[in-house]
Design a protein around this ligand. Structure first.
Ligand code: ADP
Ligand code: ZN
Length: 288
């Protein structure tokens, strides 16, 4: 079997063909321009490689409800050219193979659950902190959709008393994404996040917001593992800070073996940033 994988992002489209063992046989990346320009390039790439099925993990919001007339559409994205675009339909028409469709972060959660550090775990979450913040949720072995799909990057957090930043989310200002995604860090300090590496106060504040969000996810979703990926999480010094602050905020209220073993509970993504495309390959397999 050959699985096609498409990680559809707001800046770039990553495509790959992957075998059953989860080995990436070939990959490429194309900039995300308007659909009229980008889609033919992606379709040709897959046509040449003839996958048996395709899996798409997309930026969103997207319609994942198979009974909806707009199933497979990217819906209210701020990327205007892609708003209300039937991305699934375009691939279905062109490729004529089974296609799995989910959000980029749900795909990444599935990638970690199938090939990475969440193998054998029925309930876990994958969080990306990059240009935006997104959360993929695996619950009872399935990806959570609900009414739409979780948009847990936009949960509202209390402001740190030392933080004077107005927030960066166009919808909610100081939601988690508005306070802690890469662009929020850059706006708050006027410098690229990666260039702030040696300023401990930057990562103290960042870890504080991440820990608050994790406490909310722990209380609501009761995950057995929390995986953190995305560009900002390349700052590895965040991990011990996040673990310590999460335990401190939980304040002894939750006493599971997972929380007692916090180093193994809050962990970095384990698949070298391939968790997304590997999850897309799994979506392709599941679609067959
Ligand atoms: P995307 O979210 O667009 O898929 P990334 O996950 O790479 O892409 O996230 C990009 C964001 O992460 C940018 O805001 C960038 O400043 C930030 N970022 C990328 N690399 C690092 C790094 N090493 N340290 C801190 N922030 C980083
Ligand atoms: Zn928001």
């Amino acid at each position: 079997m050959l699985y096609g994988a498409l990680e559809a992002g707001g800046t770039k489209m990553v495509v790959a063909v992957i075998n059953e063992k989860g080995e990436v046989l070939e990959r490429a990346s194309f900039p995300t321009e308007e659909p009229e320009k980008t889609m033919p390039v992606l379709i040709d790439w897959f046509k040449e490689r003839k996958p048996d099925a395709l899996g798409i993990g997309t930026f969103g919001p997207a319609d994942l409800d198979e009974t909806s007339p707009t199933y497979g559409y990217i819906t209210s994205t701020p990327k205007l050219a892609w708003r209300n675009y039937n991305i699934l339909g375009a691939f279905k028409e062109a490729l004529n193979v089974p296609i799995g469709f989910d959000t980029d972060v749900n795909a990444a959660a599935l990638g970690e659950a199938s090939f990475g550090c969440m193998r054998g775990i029925s309930d876990g979450i994958y969080i990306t902190i990059g240009t935006g913040v997104g959360v993929g949720v695996l619950t009872n072995g399935k990806l959570l959709h609900g009414m739409l799909h979780p948009e847990a990057g936009h949960i509202l957090l209390s402001l740190d008393p030392k933080d004077r930043f107005e927030g960066n989310c166009p919808y909610h200002k100081t939601c988690f994404e508005g306070l802690a995604a890469g662009p929020a860090i850059e706006k708050r300090y006027g410098k690229k996040a990666a260039e702030l590496k040696d300023l401990p106060q930057v990562w103290e504040l960042e870890a504080g917001y991440i820990a608050k969000a994790l406490v909310n996810y722990i209380m609501i979703l009761s995950p057995k593992k929390i995986v953190l990926g995305g560009g900002v999480m390349h700052q590895e010094q965040l991990f011990p800070l996040i673990r310590e602050k999460t335990v401190s905020l939980l304040n002894g209220y939750i006493n599971t073996k997972e929380i007692k073993n916090i180093e193994d509970y809050i962990v970095p993504a384990s698949l070298n940033d391939d968790q997304g495309i590997l999850g897309c390959a799994k979506l392709a397999e599941l679609a067959m």
